[in-house]
Design a protein around this ligand. Structure first.
Ligand code: SOE
Length: 382
């Protein structure tokens, strides 16, 4: 017998679809005591939200998130809106006693993220931020390899997150599909959108970051406004962001992210180099974890490419038979399964709002450093 968890979803774009899919799939593949009920979807355009709700099987619709948050037939609010709305919705939902699941990045900046985290913790409600790449089986295997001590003392952590979809100066900004280019909607550019993924994964795999030195660039300084093409608006979000850092464990980090790397569509890589071994992952080859084990016999040493599709690998037992693969959408279902399990066991799934606040504080330090040209300490890390 499963217990229902009544979900109210805000936002029906790319992430609204990814989360809806996860809610529909999770109990088909994972053995859980809790089953999400798709109670209500909310969006500003009634026509669009109705079509969305019909397609994904949401029972009802709302056009104002405030009404959704106040409904007493909803247990959890899931936020899939542009970043600008995350804070107000999360805080109102927490105050109404709802669980809160929020798309990444948690907030526009660290100050907002702190406010949200405090509100959530004051309300004592379960919470989660959807940094879905933690649930790529190969990345979860990297975590296992590190925790098993197979890397030894870590010296280096390296991550790149590269895309190429904003290179054309003719691409407009703003509106339902291009709000990521608008500082008022997104808060930050690739730092919030892409580096946040890399930093979340890095903090998970390699621990806290203490100090950073970074640089950012805006390559296209103004763009036409999508919903008002006669007008143009200055671009003030970062198009590219790179930084070096020191981790608390003594290792050195190097991060690079841009939307101007021609040919790179969703190139999200990480590498850790330790005294005893290294791991390497590339999201464009998502089923593989590369592992170098210095403990191998000298004449056999070399990178091995592990096809992470066996029953013994993270999450894979819940899906198909060994050797078959899963995709992008499954990372959201895996995330949701962990969240629901966390509700059952009382051991909250990560990243919580508090974990995601830490990511946001690293990003703040990177942007502060890019502005000043100096090293910046990550708040709370001293
Ligand atoms: C941006 O293009 C984007 O859609 C991000 O917002 C997602 O978080 C990332 O996973 C894929 O790229």
């Amino acid at each position: 017998m499963t217990r229902p968890l009544r979900i109210g979803l805000v936002g029906y774009g790319f992430m609204g679809r990814a989360h809806s899919n996860a809610y529909r799939q999770v109990n088909r593949f994972f053995d859980l005591g809790i089953e999400p009920v798709l109670k209500a979807a909310c969006g500003r355009s009634e026509g669009k939200v109705r079509a969305f709700a019909e397609n994904w099987g949401w029972e009802s619709v709302e056009t104002d998130w405030r009404s959704l948050v106040e409904r007493d037939d909803i247990d959890a609010i899931d936020i899939c809106t542009p970043n600008r709305f995350h804070r107000d919705i999360a805080i109102a939902a927490a105050r109404a006693g709802k669980m809160v699941l929020c798309e990444k990045p948690l907030a526009m900046n660290g100050a907002e993220a702190r406010e949200m985290t405090e509100a959530i913790e004051r309300a004592g409600v379960p919470n989660l931020v959807w940094f879905n790449y933690r649930r790529v089986p190969a990345i979860a295997l990297a975590k296992q390899v590190a925790e098993e001590g197979r890397l030894g003392t870590v010296f280096h952590y390296r991550a790149q997150y590269l895309q190429d979809w904003t290179i054309s100066p003719d691409l407009p900004m703003g509106g339902a599909t291009l709000w990521r280019l608008d500082a008022e909607e997104a808060g930050a550019g690739v730092s919030g959108d892409l580096v946040s993924h890399s930093v979340d994964t890095a903090l998970w795999l390699n621990g806290p970051i203490e100090s950073v030195v970074g640089m950012t660039e805006v390559f296209v300084k103004e763009r036409a406004i999508q919903d008002d093409p006669g007008r143009r608006k200055a671009i003030t979000i970062d198009d590219a962001c790179q930084f070096m850092c020191r981790f608390a464990n003594g290792s050195l980090g190097l991060f690079e992210s841009t939307r101007y790397a021609r040919g790179r569509k969703n190139y999200n890589t990480l590498e850790m180099n330790g005294a005893d071994g290294s791991v390497y992952f590339d999201l464009e080859d998502p089923h593989r974890l590369e592992f170098y084990d210095h403990g191998d016999a000298a004449h056999l040493q070399g990178w091995r490419s592990i096809h992470v599709t066996g029953f013994e690998h993270p999450y894979m037992k819940s899906w198909w038979v060994p050797g078959t693969t899963i995709g992008y959408e499954h990372t959201f279902t895996n995330t949701l399964a962990d969240f629901l399990k966390g509700l059952e066991t009382g051991q909250p799934a990560s990243p919580t709002f508090r974990d995601a606040l830490q990511t946001q504080l690293v990003l703040d330090a990177v942007l502060e450093s890019a502005e000043s040209g100096n090293w910046a300490e990550v708040a709370g890390s001293a």
